[in-house]
Design a protein around this ligand. Structure first.
Ligand code: GDP
Ligand code: GDP
Length: 466
């Protein structure tokens, strides 16, 4: 069993239906102890090639009185504490209700790793509810229909990378694997670092992945950050390392850095390196809030760099481009101009993302890198009020009206931000299918500039009025 998944949400959203679909008849625990009321059901779930423990919190009636509300809350909190991941289910047909908001608060407060599912999403009657779910601020909802068996592919692709990561963690925590790693010698956890420990955190650490081609300098960079932090805070303070990540307070900012380089160094077989570093990169991107694409200044914007940067954009992560080994560059000014030109030409989808030059070896530029990460994260989380957006929209439309294909002008009437992380906007519009890409770019670029949102993907959807 790789991990556990708690299915939580208010009554009647379809938790049991979902649980039954995942678990079938493979119930591990049943309600057979006399005198004991079991509130939580557990079962061995299967989804594709994934095996995990599913925990069902269903079984309570709609909470009408105080005590039932309390019980519902307690039960959910217990499930959240037990499970690695929470699948938070809402009913897309009913939309987001106040009780859903209570659950969302519990999950946020408990810092749970949440996957949001909008259930009963078969058919278009559920569209509005799915959009409302974005507003919970718990990430993009998966459209599910537990009853009709729809959306399970999406659930699978959310769980798969997590499952891999939990597997890695379990392997690294196994004592014999640890021994083997230490004998390897080329992966230095060091005696002053706690292996496989997880620090309890007050503030949720900012999740950062450092990705890039082999030899870009990822390990050097991470070790430099660690080294400098130790100089500041003493050998052990605030730094822990497990198989997939480092937990560190980087000059006061709690961060969890996904250590793809460290993972790769554990690989024994040399020829696996390239392949591994790619898949590790993918996994890191899935986890991260901010992705640092580390380039080697002597061979910047290689195919592999472009692929991973594009993936980070498509996955909606905030992106910072860091050009490493800046110490070896002689004509820095000319090189910087060249890099900026290449960046704009090769990664137009990342327009506005910061490009920072660093030297992992000397430590120059690391403070600027830290600031760029923080800022990208802040922008990624930013919310713009509907009032400001619509003021802005009417000015944009007035300055440059949308075209009138076939003599009928496309009208964009109203827009709103439906989610953050990354910022996503929806505009209501007549003939959205006729709106040219160039006009959409005009609006997206305008949003980016006028609301100062560099370094984050922006999603903008145009929908016809209901
Ligand atoms: P729970 O209280 O959250 O465990 O919800 P249940 O699993 O008992 O489901 C509540 C009701 O919603 C039942 O009548 C289900 O048949 C129905 N339901 C569950 N999933 C779906 C779905 O995907 N689509 C539709 N239309 N109904 C569903
Ligand atoms: P990784 O494969 O991305 O983890 O790369 P490494 O951290 O192992 O670095 C690859 C090589 O580049 C090593 O020889 C490092 O010493 C070197 N290197 C890393 N960062 C810098 C830097 O900022 N400047 C210079 N000149 N060399 C660096």
């Amino acid at each position: 069993m790789t991990f556990s998944l708690a299915i939580v949400g208010r009554p009647n959203v379809g938790k049991s239906t979902l649980f039954n679909r995942l678990v079938g008849k493979r119930l591990a625990l049943v309600d057979d102890q006399p005198g004991v009321t079991r509130d939580l059901r557990e079962g061995e779930a299967r989804l594709g090639d994934l095996r995990f423990t599913a925990i069902d919190t269903a079984g309570l009636e709609e909470a009408t009185d105080e005590s039932l509300q309390g019980r519902m809350r307690k039960l959910t909190e217990r499930a959240v504490e037990m499970a690695d991941i929470c699948l938070f289910v809402i009913d897309a047909r009913a939309g987001v209700t106040p009780t859903d908001e209570i659950f969302a608060d519990i999950l946020r407060r408990k810092n749970a790793h949440v996957i949001l599912a909008a259930n009963k999403a078969e058919g278009s009657a559920a569209d509005a509810g799915v959009y409302e779910a974005y507003g919970l601020g718990l990430g993009e909802p998966i459209r599910l229909s537990a009853e009709h068996g729809e959306g399970f592919n999406d659930l699978y692709s959310m769980l798969m990378p997590l499952s891999d990561a939990f597997k890695k963690r379990a392997e690294a925590e196994a004592p014999d694997t640890d021994l083997e790693l230490e004998e390897d010698g080329d992966y230095e956890a060091g005696p002053d670092v706690t292996t496989a420990a997880r620090v309890p955190t007050n503030a949720k650490p900012l999740q950062v992945a450092v990705v890039g081609r082999p030899n870009a300098g990822k390990s050097t960079l991470i070790n430099k950050i660690l080294g400098e932090e130790r100089l500041l805070t003493g050998p052990e303070a605030g730094i822990t390392r497990d198989s997939i990540s480092l937990r560190i307070d980087w000059t006061g900012t709690p961060m969890r850095i996904f250590d793809t380089a460290g993972m790769r160094k554990k690989a024994k077989v040399q020829e696996k390196l390239e392949k591994l570093s790619v898949s590790d990169g993918l996994r890191a991107v899935k986890f991260a809030e901010v992705v640092v694409v580390l380039l080697d200044v002597s061979i910047p914007f290689e195919q592999q760099d472009l692929r991973i940067a594009d993936l980070a954009e498509r996955e909606g992560r905030a992106v910072v481009i860091a050009v490493n080994k800046w110490d070896v560059e002689d004509d820095k000014q000319e090189k910087l101009a060249e890099l900026k030109e290449e960046f704009a030409r090769l990664l137009p989808q990342l327009r506005g993302a910061p490009l920072i030059t660093v030297s992992a070896r000397t430590g120059r530029g690391l403070e600027r890198l830290r600031e760029a990460i923080l800022r990208a994260h802040e922008v990624w989380n930013r919310r713009v009020t509907t009032a400001r957006l619509n003021q802005w929209l009417s000015a944009m439309v007035e300055a440059h009206p949308p075209p009138a294909p076939g003599g009928r002008r496309i009208k964009i009437r109203y827009m709103t931000q439906v989610k953050t992380r990354p910022p996503a906007f929806v505009a209501m519009c007549s003939f959205p299918e006729k709106l040219p890409e160039s006009y959409k770019r005009y609006l997206v670029n305008g949003l980016r500039e006028d609301f100062d949102m560099p370094g984050t993907p922006i999603r903008f959807t145009f929908r016809s009025q209901a």
